[in-house]
Design a protein around this ligand. Sequence first.
Ligand SMILES: [Zn+2]
Length: 313
Amino acid sequence: MVKTKQSSLNDAFNSSIVDGIEKTNEEKRNKRLQALIDKACKNSSIAKETIEAAIAKGTQICFDHELEGVNGCFIPVDNMILLNENAKDDRLISTLVHESRHVLQKDDCDRSYNCKSYISNVRAMEADAMATQCAALFQFASNDLNEPLVDFVSAHPVVALAYSNSLHKEKNIEKAKEAAFKAWYSDKYYVNAYDKQSCDYLSYIGAEFDKKSFKKNLSAEELAGQYPYVPVDFFKSRDANTVSEEVASRATNIEKFHIRNFFSNIFDKSSVKVSADDFYVRDLNGNIKPPKNKKNEKQKVNVALLKTKGNSR
Ligand SMILES: [Zn+2]
């Protein structure tokens, strides 16, 4: 098609209108974002501290209209927080604190973690981000900005109640955060959804045949070091270390059939040790089985005792 002078003029006119609309939309988005940041920082010292620290790390915060099923996310490789443009402001002000907290955590993409460590690390990061978010929302509410907390309570009542009860009793924000952190683990369907996402990522790493994968262990002490307001014993507890049968089985198979174990027990992998053996496992009826590894530990102790007896003779 040959363009006439008139059609070229029309195109130029139309594109300048489109550019104009885009510019206005961009300005509107920037204004909306700045208003959210200002409102969060004005109404909560915790939100202010968290968002400003994230911005100081060079993190870009932007709206995205294509985020599906989530209110926002932090992308560590791009150092960018995306907020779902279609979500309401009462939700986004809360998400902004949550995602900003993720910016300040240690990077979770350590590909050398074993399956149990990776899953435990993701859990702790989410519990910490939610505990921080919850603490900020209670500060909002104390400044008569109630809607974000009301919205949060409808989605995470157990976490909000744990925080509220502790704050009422102890009058201590760090203690209340600890209560919220621990309560995060009690929403087993929510936790299981994160565990399954972790398994997806671990399967992807496993398929890359990197011999370094699944070697590193993250101890309860190391985890507690990252979240000083949570006592180390919690990271060793049954509450923090129970997974569904599906997650236990997936995490077991990912390590068992990894290239590193290719030559060990080539026809029968049942005796290959995996980090998922340290998990408590919840069956479909809600019964919780103790970690397989604890049984092994007991057996080891018994063998050691027998040997000692033998030597003392
Ligand atoms: Zn999160």
